[in-house]
Ligand binder design. Structure first.
Ligand SMILES: Nc1ncnc2c1ncn2[C@@H]1O[C@H](COP(=O)(O)OP(=O)(O)OP(=O)(O)O)[C@@H](O)[C@H]1O
Length: 576
């Protein structure tokens, strides 16, 4: 009664006589919290209410009419509609309604509904809790903020546009790739450059690695690299030589992972403690290298590292194990394919969300094509992994091994220290040897990934529902308040469309008995899901003048919607 009420005391006399005897005062308080609950799929014309008739679940002040064997009457704009009661509904799906004489403008349909089950839409309003003072509306409409931010950040990278003034020398196309955007600051002396590019045919983005002035033929190992499809390795798709840059450059084409950031940038440079990049060309110097020309560590950097320990800036150990598990998984696949990474360091491993991936695989094979000792290269990979973990544990790349191991001993578990020492030792080892050292932490990682997968799956389910409801809303919006259709200025106000208009009011324009807008998303979700399913649950629609109350089922409303939308679709299609 009150869902369209604009003042607190509507004239009771205006209600149709069938309902005038109802004791409104005795009914439960009209506005209640609607607890989200599971949606129970219905079959047509069974009279089981979808939401239990508990005081917690009713929409505001919509009082269930006493179901009597008589025919219900409703008057709309001078037309009286007769609605059959429960008993007169036949389970074969037929339902009849008739108008009294009086020339109403609503053509009363004789509807045939399918007897099969309607589509099942589960988890109706579970993600649409009822509005409360404390919950912001935004949190109900959108996915969790962390996931949303991750997605938006990736989109930002996906839709990034090149600035031609910034890089005027960049070619428009390289073979099938165009719209080049450098992934790093271009430096005139570097021997490699990376770009994001778009494939001209399929429109997908790729990460291109250009090896400048590359004279020899592509390494045979590229074919093996292209076969590696692993979640912790960025996939190589193709490689070719091009003269587009005015030299013989080799281009290696990889999957593009938007918003990927190197471990160096995320954990070391961000800490401000490990920038060991040579200012002249941005290249990375390994502080543990046996090369006598490599920059040596400084005592003050050791102090900075110790200060980092003191103020708790070290990475939590689970983060390190997460990286170890993923990197060893990647290395395992690479070594099993008879290949070696050869350039594993913090600038060649990227992270997106929680995923760690080894980047630019195969580049070292192109640059050092003559290095054929694969077994040694595999050992070097494991040593490089040990150095990488040590750098991350200390959040610096500028400290000597002894000091770093000492720090790890003090700050982390014995297991982590043993693993690092094993990786750095000269003894022959394989990735499989590391597995017992990782031990049960492997299961912790699997659990974490499964939880994340569950989270995304749940979110996906909700988004599926949101998409479905959006399509329904779009259909309703195409119909409601349409100024004219096929020269008929009253099209959206008459016939089936009139019911849809009243239904729209019921769903979205309900007010509390005090006349305040009733913004309950559970109510909206409940109504739209019932409409989409075409259930046999009845809904009472009050005309705007509050003089008539119409009893309709969601199945009827669904039929009205489909009919009206079909009319629109036909009118939209130009005749041949
Ligand atoms: N497949 C990829 N998809 C998206 N971004 C990537 C991909 N691989 C690497 N990146 C990003 O590209 C950027 C540049 O990578 P690159 O390896 O050239 O960095 P670098 O540290 O400058 O190394 P180098 O000195 O060898 O050029 C990095 O920020 C990295 O996160």
């Amino acid at each position: 009664m009150t869902y369209m009420r604009h003042n607190m005391n509507p004239p009771m006399a205006s209600l149709t006589t069938q309902f005038s005897n109802m004791n409104i005062e005795a009914s439960p308080p009209p506005v209640r919290k609607v607890y989200p609950r599971e949606y129970v799929p219905m079959t047509y014309y069974t009279q089981v209410p979808i939401m239990p008739e508990s005081p917690q679940s009713s929409p505001p002040a919509v009082i269930p009419p006493p179901l009597t064997p008589q025919v219900h009457l409703a008057n709309v704009g001078g037309t009286t509609y007769f609605y059959p009661t429960n008993d007169s509904l036949n389970t074969s799906g037929g339902m009849k309604a008739s108008t009294s004489q009086g020339g109403g403008d609503r053509a009363v349909p004789t509807m045939q509904y399918p007897t099969s089950c309607p589509p099942m839409y589960t988890s109706t309003p579970t993600h649409m809790p009822s509005t409360s003072k404390h919950a912001g509306l935004a949190t109900m409409f959108y996915m969790p903020e962390q996931i949303r931010n991750e997605m938006y950040q990736r989109n930002e990278y996906m839709y990034m546009q090149p600035n031609p003034q910034q890089y005027p020398d960049l070619p428009d196309n390289i073979e099938m790739y165009s719209v080049l955007i450098p992934l790093e600051n271009l430096s005139p002396h570097s021997i490699t450059t990376s770009y994001r590019a778009t494939h001209r045919q399929n429109g997908d983005h790729y990460a291109l690695r250009r090896l400048h002035t590359y004279g020899t033929v592509p390494s045979k190992r590229f074919e093996a690299w292209k076969q590696i499809d692993h979640p912790n390795i960025i996939r190589l798709h193709e490689c070719f030589i091009t003269k587009t840059f005015g030299d013989h450059s080799m281009i290696l084409v990889y999957d593009y992972h938007p918003a990927a950031v190197t471990l160096m940038n995320k954990y070391i440079v961000a800490n401000g403690a490990g920038n060991n990049l040579d200012g002249s060309n941005g290249s990375y110097h390994d502080p543990f290298s046996s090369d006598p020309d490599a920059p040596r560590p400084y005592t003050h950097q050791k102090n900075a590292m110790l200060r980092a320990v003191a103020c708790g800036a070290l990475l939590p150990e689970p983060v390190l194990w997460n990286i170890i598990v993923q990197l060893t998984a990647g290395l395992r696949a690479i070594h099993a394919a008879g290949l070696a990474c050869r350039t594993l360091d913090a600038t060649k491993v990227v992270i997106t969300g929680c995923r760690i991936r080894i980047a630019w695989c195969g580049v070292a094979d192109a640059l050092h094509a003559n290095e054929i000792d694969n077994e040694k290269a595999k050992q070097d990979d494991l040593t490089a992994l040990g150095r990488l973990i040590l750098s991350l544990a200390c959040r610096t790349i500028q400290c000597d091994i002894a000091t770093s191991v000492e720090l790890v001993t003090r700050s982390y578990s014995q297991d982590l220290k043993n693993l690092i020492v094993c990786l750095l030792s000269v003894q022959h080892k394989t990735v499989s040897d590391l597995m017992p050292m990782i031990g049960a932490r492997f299961y912790t990682q699997v659990e974490a990934f499964e939880r994340r997968a569950d989270l995304f799956e749940n979110q996906l389910a909700q988004e599926l529902d949101n998409g479905r409801l959006l399509r329904l809303l779009l259909k309703m919006s195409f119909i409601n308040e349409r100024p004219e259709m096929n020269m008929d200025l009253k099209w959206s106000e008459t016939g089936d469309r009139y019911l849809l208009k009243l239904f729209r009011d019921y769903v979205f324009h309900s007010v509390t008995p005090e006349g305040r807008p009733w913004l309950d998303l559970a109510h909206v979700g409940y109504c739209l899901n019932n409409l989409d399913s075409g259930t046999n649950t009845q809904v009472q629609l009050l005309t705007r003048d509050e003089r008539s109350l119409l009893l309709v089922t969601f199945a009827e409303l669904k039929h009205c919607l489909e009919q009206a939308f079909e009319e629109l679709t036909q009118a939209a299609t130009p005749s041949p």
